[in-house]
Every structure is written in C-alpha cells, then in structure tokens.
Write a protein that binds this ligand. Structure first.
Ligand code: DX5
Ligand code: ZN
Length: 218
C-alpha cells in the first residue's frame, strides 16, 4: 500500500490550514511542501513563514519539505525550526551534498535527495546509504499540473532494485503528474514507489478526500 503526500502547491492558498486538515482526515500520511526560489526553478511558491504557520496550526502533521532552491544548505536551519519533518533537496543544486545532508541530520530532520528527469539514478549512488528518502521527479520541477514523464518508471524500478539488493532503508517517492485516473499512480507503485506526491489529482479533484482514499488503496 502506498503512502500519500498531497502537494500543497495545488491547494487553495486562501485556506491552507483547512486544506491540510481535509487531506489528513482523509488518511494522507504526509503533507508535501514545495519550496521554489525563482532561481533553481522558474517559479516562486512559499517558504519558511508559511511552513511555520501550518506547523503551529497542525503540530502533529508530517511536513515533507521539497526544496527546489539553488542553495538549500543556507536554508536547512530555518526550515527545520519552522517544523519540517523531512527535508529533500536537489542533487542538481549548488550546495555541497555531504554538507547539506549533515546539516539536515544535525537539525533533527529526516533527509532526502531528489533528481530531475535528466539526472541518472547512478548520480545518487554515493549517497543512497545516508538517505531516508529518494525523490524521483516525474516532471521538470517548477510547476504543478504537468504531464507525467514515463522515464521516471525505469528510475523507480532501478532504485527499488538497488534498495532491495543493499538492504537500504530509504523510502522511494515520486512527484509530478501522479494520479489514479490516468494510471500513473498505479504504474509508479508497481515500479516500486512507496510515497506518492499528488497535487492536482488531490486538491483539484471534485472530492479531495476520495482522491486521497483512491491513491491510498494502490
Ligand atoms: C513540481 C512539484 C510537485 C507538484 C506536483 O515542481 O514538485 O510537487 O506540485 O503537482 P502535480 O501533482 O499537479 O503534478
Ligand atoms: Zn514536490
């Protein structure tokens, strides 16, 4: 059974707390918090104060923070203090990977690394044994509502195989264009994904709670 991390990027920002409550009540285990800086990706979303506000309103929620920013190392401490449970940064960012992982752990958070569609799985090899999560992007990061790129499925399979072979504990997450109706969510689970990030498929659905329930059954 997959875990679900609804992406708040597709939520109604005028009532974010209520939107979070709705998907948590529907059984979503995590909340996916997409941070964009307008540099690493061509879009700006939300940041530390918004996370702090949500964490204050929902102190028990697990915040799955996805940093799509050029220098994640400089922002680990503020996001950890604001309530991040897990911080994922991009292998393609400018920060030193080892130092960023160390900073995330020192701040008491779980640590993840994400790869963009053009980055091969082999680039993750040196870090896999230090990770709590690997995030495979199935769209170019920057915007919600894009179409799933099927190349992500081979990456998920390869990572799932490597995880089994080495007995590694990291969770395998996929993000972008994931939904039940098109079959992409099921394909990801079949390929080994354990956490499904879904923005549009949840918050733009007529019934977000039913959308979460559908993904949880996969
Ligand atoms: C894209 C973000 C995703 C995005 C997913 O840069 O990382 O989390 O919000 O949105 P959907 O599910 O609509 O593709
Ligand atoms: Zn994301």
């Amino acid at each position: 059974m997959a875990m679900v991390s609804p992406s708040l990027l597709a939520a109604d920002f005028a009532c974010l707390g209520t939107e979070c409550r709705k998907v948590l009540d529907a059984g979503a285990q995590w909340l996916h918090f997409d941070v964009m800086d307008g540099c690493f990706v061509p879009n700006i979303s939300f940041g530390v104060p918004v996370l702090a506000g949500l964490h204050k309103a929902l102190p028990d929620a697990f915040f799955d923070v996805h940093l799509m920013i050029r220098d994640p190392l400089a922002y680990i401490e503020p996001f950890a203090k604001a309530g991040a449970s897990l911080i994922t940064f991009h292998l393609e960012s400018d920060s030193d990977v080892g130092a960023t992982l160390a900073a995330i752990k020192a701040a008491g958070c779980k640590a993840g690394i994400s790869i963009k569609p053009a980055t091969p799985v082999s680039a993750l090899e040196p870090w896999l044994d230090q990770l709590d999560l690997v995030l495979v992007m199935s769209v170019e990061p920057g915007f919600g509502g894009q179409s799933f790129m099927p190349g992500a499925l081979d990456k998920l399979s390869a990572l799932a195989q490597e995880k089994r072979r080495r007995g590694l504990p990291f969770l395998l997450e996929v993000d972008g264009g994931v939904d039940e109706a098109s079959g992409t969510a099921a394909a990801c689970v079949n390929a080994g994904a354990e956490v499904l990030v879904a923005g549009s498929a949840v918050f733009r659905a007529a019934d977000p709670a039913a959308a979460v329930a559908g993904l949880l059954r996969l």
